[in-house]
Design a protein around this ligand. Sequence first.
Ligand SMILES: NC(=O)c1ccc[n+]([C@@H]2O[C@H](COP(=O)([O-])OP(=O)(O)OC[C@H]3O[C@@H](n4cnc5c(N)ncnc54)[C@H](OP(=O)(O)O)[C@@H]3O)[C@@H](O)[C@H]2O)c1
Length: 276
Amino acid sequence: MSSKVPPIILNNGVEMPQLGFGVWQVPDDEAETAVATALQAGYRSIDTAAVYGNEEGTGRAIAACGLPREELFVTTKLWNSDQGYDSTLRAFDASMEKLGLDYLDLYLIHWPRPAEGQYVDTYKAFEKLHADGRIRAIGVSNFLPEHLRRLMDETSVIPAVNQIELHPHLQQHASREFHAAQGIATEAWSPLGQGKGLLEVPAIVAIAQKHGRTPAQIVLRWHVQLGNIVIPKSVTPSRIKENIEVFDFELDTEDLAAISALNEDRRLGPDPAVFS
Ligand SMILES: NC(=O)c1ccc[n+]([C@@H]2O[C@H](COP(=O)([O-])OP(=O)(O)OC[C@H]3O[C@@H](n4cnc5c(N)ncnc54)[C@H](OP(=O)(O)O)[C@@H]3O)[C@@H](O)[C@H]2O)c1
């Protein structure tokens, strides 16, 4: 099946599908089946990371899928312990070996770790890999505006993407505004709030009933209408299919306002200012 997901044009002209498939917490031996199911359902963008331990399973699904490489968009992330210029170059090679790819679409610094002070050197290695044609776009994850400011002051390639925790309980207004002003795409991790309480919130359930959709589809559609890139994760085939069916209906201003009212500035994950 061909993809129904529209692209977001990144700041260097590269096209990235607005909705992709996340594989955090999918064991390596289950990643191949999950990614294959997603590709079959029409996903073309896959989000993994060195620390997820499933780059090999992800790579096996990519190798077996029969789709032309240029139709796929693969993201992986450099783990914290590999930050630093030389260690980044080595970690990139190790990830590529596991994924079985000869170029990568998007490479992200997983966390800024500001106390360690290595993200600028790390990013300079990203710039080299980008200049060498081994990565189509480079970016970061979990960077606060202050980290992005420093990075942009001390390096030359503006990050294409900042992947941050973002869902209706943590709407990230300051970061989203900063990204928009700088031409950085906002990518939402845990877009479904990890699938727990958020999908039972009465306001979301009511909007789902109104549109004849599921709560997950309502939350994903909210992200899409905000302009976020989203990467929902599921190992359940029916949910994998359901989560990509969000491009044939629209939330109205009342729905959007009701979801905006759910913001609690509440993180599920660590605080990027201190996490290391
Ligand atoms: N950069 C970072 O630091 C960072 C951090 C966290 C995550 N991420 C990325 O973001 C991706 C997504 O985030 P996430 O995995 O934390 O959480 P998520 O996508 O918000 O939620 C995933 C959870 O929701 C459930 N779910 C999925 N679709 C559903 C549906 N239609 N109805 C009901 N439940 C549903 C899944 O269950 P089943 O799988 O059992 O179906 C799973 O437990 C990750 O996989 C990873 O690629 C990045």
